[in-house]
Design a protein around this ligand. Structure first.
Ligand SMILES: NC(=O)C1=CN([C@@H]2O[C@H](COP(=O)(O)OP(=O)(O)OC[C@H]3O[C@@H](n4cnc5c(N)ncnc54)[C@H](O)[C@@H]3O)[C@@H](O)[C@H]2O)[C@@H](O)CC1
Ligand SMILES: Nc1ncnc2c1ncn2[C@@H]1O[C@H](COP(=O)(O)OP(=O)(O)O)[C@@H](O)[C@H]1O
Ligand SMILES: [K+]
Length: 516
């Protein structure tokens, strides 16, 4: 499903109205009708009392149409205008006049108005601000939003919760806290990222007559991952299907280079997740001095001890040894639990240049890449030679901040733009983890993952994701397919764990592997 920002939505509206010729009033009628249907469902019954909060733009116009339909469905409605309706223009002014002729009750609300008697209502429809919203809600809008949030009534937001930044998921003060949001035509970026997604409640996308082709025509290349998208846009039709005439050699051999004495679990989780995600074979390369402690723990996985001079870490293991081991492997995942060591950035660069294996770099491998930026002062690993096989980086926001030389706050402020820019500039596939993981391709496509839950904020879940992603790569998926499907399956498995447990926060990383 397409996810648009406000500029793209404006261009799509304009194209639909001016080029295709569908009148703005037709779109508004469809929008208002769709919202009325969803708000009626939220109210759950007949003859309910709706307060419709109306702003002066098209969002307000849609709200007036919704009021008209809600009244036709047999409900009581009242329009509460946050701006003097005499100042309305264009389609919103037409809807205002229609509402007057139909004697739809209304009141003009201003900063000096007494509080609304909310007990006279069952449901609020928030049609104050939509994608034309700029900055924090002002004057009467802000007061009305505060009042609505304090009313305790369920709120159905029209297109976006008023006060939400439509483009990045940031929320202004105040911002409507909705029970549900009816996104018109397409989802909006602000609804798909935190904290906006929490303020939006359940997001329902309703068609209003804008053809999907209009988004394609306008070059929208941000998507939310869901099953139809996996098959249609990402080319992953029947991704679970296998021909019967196959053997373990058919599904790729993953080399996991992970873990050190202090963090052996990262390697265990990563290797096990890779196997569970369906590849034919997994070899786990680990410092040889603690290999004996692992024997028997993962019977299905081949172990390869790397000469570590008894230190238990990666500081004496040569990149050359790993390069040799990676020959004929279908994917190499490096980083979980490896720790840092002297000259590790140069070490990683040797691996980068020496292996032709598709790479997944996670955890400390990402910090080694960040080291490259501070060492050279010349754009960091952007200046490293381009690889002919794919690279997937899987940073959490802290690792991403180090990679970009920014603060975590800056990264989280616009995750979609950050991930897209980085992937394009560095020619890598990037998985920016966290709630609503953002996956960006070097070509500039961005996929937002809706699966997963806060129970997954626990040690080791990232190691599991790295293993799953490498496994999918080894099975012949492209980098963007492996990264998007990996994040989707990882989150879906996490959701199954959460659903099956009495206490959702009890989820641990191994549970995800078992639910794959
Ligand atoms: N062409 C159409 O008729 C369509 C309209 N649509 C609706 O139109 C909306 C976008 O409409 P607009 O572009 O008119 O914009 P909005 O309705 O979001 O609001 C813009 C108006 O609010 C005021 N405003 C902006 N920021 C404010 C703030 N922080 N505090 C107080 N006032 C503020 C502006 O002065 C402007 O008058 C969408 O969200 C959607 O609901 C969609 O349904 C698509 C089709
Ligand atoms: N609140 C959340 N909602 C959804 N997914 C989450 C949430 N918190 C964490 N995750 C997921 O869990 C994983 C955590 O990875 P990471 O931070 O690298 O953990 P670790 O280093 O302990 O393995 C990522 O895939 C991330 O997207
Ligand atoms: K709104």
């Amino acid at each position: 499903m397409y996810v648009v920002n406000s500029r793209e939505m404006r261009a799509i509206d304009h194209y639909t109205i001016e080029q295709i010729g569908i009148p703005a009033l037709v779109l508004m009628e469809n929008a208002g009708r769709a919202v009325a249907e969803e708000a009626a469902k939220l109210a759950g019954g007949d003859s309910r009392r709706f307060a419709i909060l109306v702003g002066k733009g098209n969002n307000g116009g849609d709200g007036i149409v919704a009021a008209r339909h809600l009244m036709e469905f047999g409900n009581e409605v009242k329009l509460i205008y946050a701006t003097d309706p005499a100042t309305f223009e264009h389609e919103a002014a037409i809807q205002r006049d229609i509402a007057r002729k139909l004697n739809i009750p209304y009141e003009n609300y201003s900063e000096g108005s007494p509080p609304i008697p909310w007990r006279d209502y069952d449901v609020i429809v928030d049609a104050l601000l939509g994608t034309g919203s700029r900055g924090a809600p002002r004057a009467a809008y802000a007061k009305l939003i505060d009042e609505a949030n304090g009313s305790g009534l369920p709120i159905c937001s029209l297109d976006i919760p008023s006060g939400l930044d439509p483009d990045n998921g940031g929320v202004h003060a105040p911002c409507i806290r909705a029970s549900c949001t009816v996104a018109l035509a397409f989802s909006k970026r602000g609804l798909e990222q935190q904290p906006g997604a929490d303020y939006a409640g359940r997001v329902i996308v309703r068609a209003i007559g804008i053809p999907k082709a209009a988004a394609e025509q306008q070059g929208v290349h941000t998507f939310r991952i869901e099953e139809p998208l996996l098959s249609d846009t990402l080319g992953l039709r029947n991704y679970e299907q296998r021909s019967s005439d196959t053997n373990k050699g058919s599904f790729g051999h993953v080399l996991v280079a992970a873990g050190s004495l202090a963090m052996s679990g990262a390697g265990l989780l990563c290797a096990k997740a890779a196997l569970r995600a369906g590849c034919g074979l997994v070899t786990w390369a680990l410092p040889e001095s603690w290999l004996p402690s692992i024997v028997g723990q993962l019977p299905e996985i081949m172990l390869r001890g790397m000469s570590d001079q008894g230190l238990g870490d990666w500081s004496r293991i040569t990149p050359q040894a790993l390069i040799e081991l990676s020959e004929k492997k279908a994917a190499l995942v490096f980083g979980p639990g490896v720790g840092r060591f002297t000259d590790d950035t140069a070490w990683l660069r040797e691996l980068w240049e020496g292996t032709s294996c598709p790479l997944v770099l996670d955890a400390d491998a990402l910090n080694m890449l960040s080291g490259s930026s501070s060492d050279s002062g010349s754009g960091g690993f952007k200046a490293w030679p381009k690889r002919s096989s794919p690279v997937i980086l899987t940073p959490h926001p802290g690792e991403m901040a180090r990679l970009c030389g920014k603060s975590v706050k800056d990264i989280q402020m616009d995750r979609i733009a950050t991930a897209r820019t980085f992937a394009e500039e560095h020619g890598v596939t990037l998985v920016l983890k966290g709630a609503h993981t953002v996956i960006a391709s070097p070509a500039g496509d961005v996929f937002i993952n809706p699966t997963g839950n806060a129970g997954m904020a626990t040690g080791g879940t990232g190691d599991v994701l790295a293993g799953i992603t490498a496994s999918l790569l080894a099975q012949g998926k492209t980098a963007i397919q492996a990264a998007a499907l990996g994040a989707y399956l990882h989150g879906a498995a996490g959701d199954r764990v959460a659903d099956s447990r009495a206490y959702k926060a009890s989820l641990i990383a191994s549970d995800i592997i078992e639910q794959l």
